[in-house]
Design a protein around this ligand. Sequence first.
Ligand code: PMV
Length: 335
Amino acid sequence: MQAIAAPNIALIKYWGKGDSTTNSPASGSISLTLSADTLWAKTQILSRDTANNINGPTMEINDSPVAINDSVLRLLDGFDQCAYWKKTPTPCTSIVHESAEGLPRDISIISHTNIPIGSGIASSAAGAAALTLALDNYYQTNFDKITLSCLARLYSGSGARSLYKGAVEMVYEAAAHPLLQWRAIPISVHPSFYSLECLILLFSCIRKPLPSTEAMNKCANHPSQKLRLSCIPTRLARCRSALQTGCFEELAEVCEEDWKCMHNVVQEATGISYVLEEGRTFSEWVTDQRRTTSLQAFCTYDAGPNCVIFGFPAALNRIRECYPHYQYITCKISW
Ligand code: PMV
């Protein structure tokens, strides 16, 4: 059976790792999950016979083989661990229990996606969620949503949030086992926001110069990153409250503040700018139009050059009319 998942776009970004064994984030984050009607990752797991002397998992994305990296192995270890816990009443304290039963790993992971890979449109989030759901189908583990979100996080930190529709927050549950502490949960949204849509403005689909994990590691000890992390709890509270009260202006302001802050950290710590000059000029125009003409839209950038614009349909139409020469993908949000 093929599992399908959609990308999610962070409003308050996950940027920074906590514990590497569990691929935990250094802070919470909030996102909106897009509809899988437009952008998707689809993954299927097949049993593989080992007659050709290949043992363990193999993986292909869009018909090209990809190496099995640490993220896949961490995810498979997580499945072993959670399957073991399902059969025993009390979770142990170590990350991987010595007697955790190994689920079969002679598998082919076959994934397809229509999302440009590595260009900051959350292809890894959709891929992580689709892979986690596909493994859950294949192993018939029937894990609950929280466990699945924690497992997806083992593959990609942002992937945990694609397990849910709508607005999703990454939260920390201190009482849980370290593997299950950082999990995604859905958050409520004011009904007036159900008509929000998303426009992705494609500036470039070339792979980003520095993958997110490497960039996050380079940022880890930089003073600007420490300052950003100290601001996150307040931003999360502002974003959550704006979503719940339906205050678009406040949502726009806090989201723009956060992506700019994240990209300043990247620039200061690595010398790299994911956002192109053209992108900065465009998003400044959107901010200016919102503040002066009530254009109900705002921009955000993940670790890549492409701009994600959230707004009400009339505002998104106006943007397209003002900038007709750009290439856009129109997406609904999945509520
Ligand atoms: O999940 P990763 O490791 O690909 O991290 C990506 C993080 C951002 O997309 C830049 C922000 C986010 O919260 O999605």
